[in-house]
Write a protein that binds this ligand. Structure first.
Ligand code: SAM
Length: 216
């Protein structure tokens, strides 16, 4: 149903090499990126952009994250098969596909109704089946907590307490925190009930909206 040609597979391998050059080491992350057909998230006229290492508009003023950003956040999550993962900001669903390819059980929440509807109907057509939720992910997903891993794919003004509360013991939260234009990537581990924080590079995400995010 969706064409995955020799050319597209070749472009994907080239993208994987580029991510390796940029410092992504986890073979399981790289192999997931090599398997998920990113071009199917693009309209025909925009196909040439699918395997460039850049973010791209997906409508509703939102973006499919840059492959490097997806790889970076995924690597930092140390995903193990069977991990129960909460993703905040479903967007196109590409990040969710990468997590599913790595054997995670994925719960994904989106605040934009139209994107939620679109992705919920599109992803299963590709064979990817996370659990989809509509709502304000800045409050997490208390009904399904705790989670082994939580990934926030929008820029937050602060680390929402709801998210660290919903993290399992030994769990990892990866979240970009800063202002509306620029955020620093934070990794927070819950170890013996304590939160241990590490800081990484700067990134530029669209804003996390909602109660614990930015007000529109
Ligand atoms: N993970 C996505 C992907 O793979 O395409 C990219 C996500 S995009 C950079 C950020 C997404 O976060 C947008 O779709 C936006 O609507 C969503 N978002 C913003 N605030 C949110 C909130 N409070 N709860 C859930 N989703 C939110």
């Amino acid at each position: 149903m969706f064409e995955d040609s020799y050319k597209q597979r070749g472009l994907r391998q080239k993208l994987v090499r580029k991510l390796t050059e940029k410092g992504i080491k986890d073979e399981r992350v790289l192999s997931a990126i090599n398997r998920v057909p990113r071009h199917v998230f693009f309209e025909n006229a925009l196909l040439e952009h699918a395997y460039q290492d850049k973010a791209f508009p997906i409508g509703e003023g939102q973006t499919i994250s840059q492959p490097y950003t997806v790889a970076f956040q995924t690597e930092k999550l140390e995903i193990k098969p069977g991990d129960k993962v909460l993703e905040i900001g479903t967007g196109s669903g590409y990040q969710a596909c990468i997590l599913l390819e790595m054997g995670a059980k994925v719960y994904t929440i989106e605040y934009n109704r139209k994107l939620y509807e679109l992705t919920r109907s599109f992803l299963p057509q590709l064979g990817y089946k996370p659990y989809f939720f509509y709502g304000d992910g800045s409050k997490g997903l208390p009904a399904k907590a705790p989670f082994d891993k939580i990934i926030v794919t929008a820029g937050a003004p602060v680390v929402p307490a709801a998210l660290t509360d919903q993290l399992a013991e030994g769990g990892i939260l990866i979240i970009p925190v800063g202002n509306r234009e620029k955020q620093v990537m934070l990794r927070i581990r819950k170890l013996n009930g304590e939160l241990v924080k590490e800081e990484f590079d700067n990134f530029a995400f669209v804003p996390l909206l909602g109660e614990e995010g930015w007000r529109k």
